[in-house]
Design a protein around this ligand. Structure first.
Ligand code: SAM
Length: 367
């Protein structure tokens, strides 16, 4: 078992332009009444209907491309009832999908209660919410069935290799491959389907897993989605060269199992979908670096300590929880959310000169 990143990334140059800037939006956003039927639409005309909520920034894995292994949890967690109060306000403003994440959300005490309470909320058109969780799967074996019973719709499991030694070099947890595989199977048995597996590929590190993942998708009846590596790690690993681009993944899988491109299910879908030509299974590719989809972004994030982030790469956070703590009414919080969305960034600037690394890394934002 290795205890540092160096040996994996010895040939990767540090990102010399990355900076850590931590800012919370200082001046209060002007408060004006927001109409009862107001919906979240940003100043670029994008409708916001997807909320990601981090319920902890603790994690039981130390994936080498995500965490240095030297830093633990950094931010406080809210009470479950406080997340619920805030989520309800977002739902009143048009959110239809809520994804619980972290850190590792399955570590969070009270998660099942939160899911159960969320199932009682209704969207502005009276529908149940679409409730999903992103997890490393380590605790799914025992939690899949209770989460399903509480009303969870779907789960996405992160998995960066299909062979046990590579997987465990990444997570730095012995026995994790068998545990996660057990969790995936438990999730499928519980009916948390369609089951998605998210895989981050890094050149020269785990990119040889691509073809194996295609076979895995079919054998385990899961949709594998490859995600391009973004500069959101705790360390300094990211370079353009380490990113395995969409085009290469499609070409390599197509050589062993022919693919056909599938139409997006909705305009804001982040993954490009490909079906296997024989009709058995599909994969997806999320390409924020080489084929950015910011123009169709429909997302907002709420961090474990209750800050709104309007983009993964925001330099500024908006302290919603601070307002709650100082006694703001639901109406005032609703107005604050509404105004904050107006400042959502047009796009990220990955790979451009002067790019600034965001103030938090992925594990502390909520992936
Ligand atoms: N612990 C949960 C999990 O493992 O899914 C949720 C949090 S984790 C930060 C969410 C996702 O972000 C994982 O799929 C992880 O692989 C991905 N991720 C982490 N760092 C990333 C980066 N720099 N670029 C792209 N994806 C990243």
């Amino acid at each position: 078992m290795l205890d540092g990143n160096e040996s994996f990334f010895s040939n990767v140059a540090p990102n010399s332009i990355a900076l850590n800037v931590s800012m919370v939006a200082a001046s209060p956003i002007a408060s004006r009444p927001v109409a009862q039927d107001a919906r979240l639409t940003d100043s670029h005309g994008r409708v916001i209907h997807d909320l990601r909520v981090s319920v902890t920034d603790r994690c039981n894995y130390k994936c080498v491309y995500c965490r240095t292994g030297e830093v633990g949890a950094q931010y406080p967690e809210l009470e479950i009832g406080e997340y619920l109060r805030l989520i309800r306000l977002f739902v009143d403003l048009g959110i239809t999908k809520v994804r619980l994440t972290g850190g590792e959300p399955l570590l969070r005490h009270g998660l099942i209660d939160l899911v159960r309470e969320l199932t009682g909320l209704r969207t502005v058109t009276g529908e149940p919410l679409d409730i999903a969780i992103t997890t490393n799967g380590h605790l799914l074996d025992t939690l899949a069935a209770p989460l399903k019973a509480a009303g969870l719709n779907r789960v996405t499991v992160s998995m960066d290799a299909v062979d046990a030694p590579t997987f465990e070099r990444i997570t730095r947890i012995a026995g994790s491959f068998a545990t996660v595989l057990g969790g995936i199977r438990a999730a499928r048995a519980a009916g948390l389907t369609p089951l998605k597996i998210n895989c981050v590929l890094l050149r020269g590190f785990n990119d040889e897993q691509v073809e194996g993942f295609a076979h895995f998708a079919r054998a385990e009846d899961v949709v594998v989605r490859f995600i391009e590596f973004m500069p959101l790690e705790e360390g300094r690993l990211w370079t353009p060269e380490i990113v395995v681009p969409l085009r290469e993944i499609v070409e390599r899988i197509g050589r062993v199992l022919p693919l056909v491109e599938l139409a997006p299910r909705e305009p804001s879908e982040t993954a490009r979908r490909y079906g296997f030509a024989d009709g058995r299974g599909e994969i997806g590719i999320i390409a924020p670096v080489t084929q950015a989809f910011c123009g169709a972004c429909s997302r907002l994030r709420l961090t474990s300590d209750g800050k709104i982030r309007t983009c993964l790469f925001s330099q500024v956070e908006h302290d919603l929880y601070g307002r709650l703590r100082s006694g703001a009414s639901d109406e005032e919080l609703r107005e604050y959310i509404f105004r904050t969305v107006q400042s959502k960034e047009a796009r990220h600037h990955i790979g451009e000169p002067g790019f600034l690394k965001p103030s938090r890394s992925m594990v502390h934002i909520g992936g």
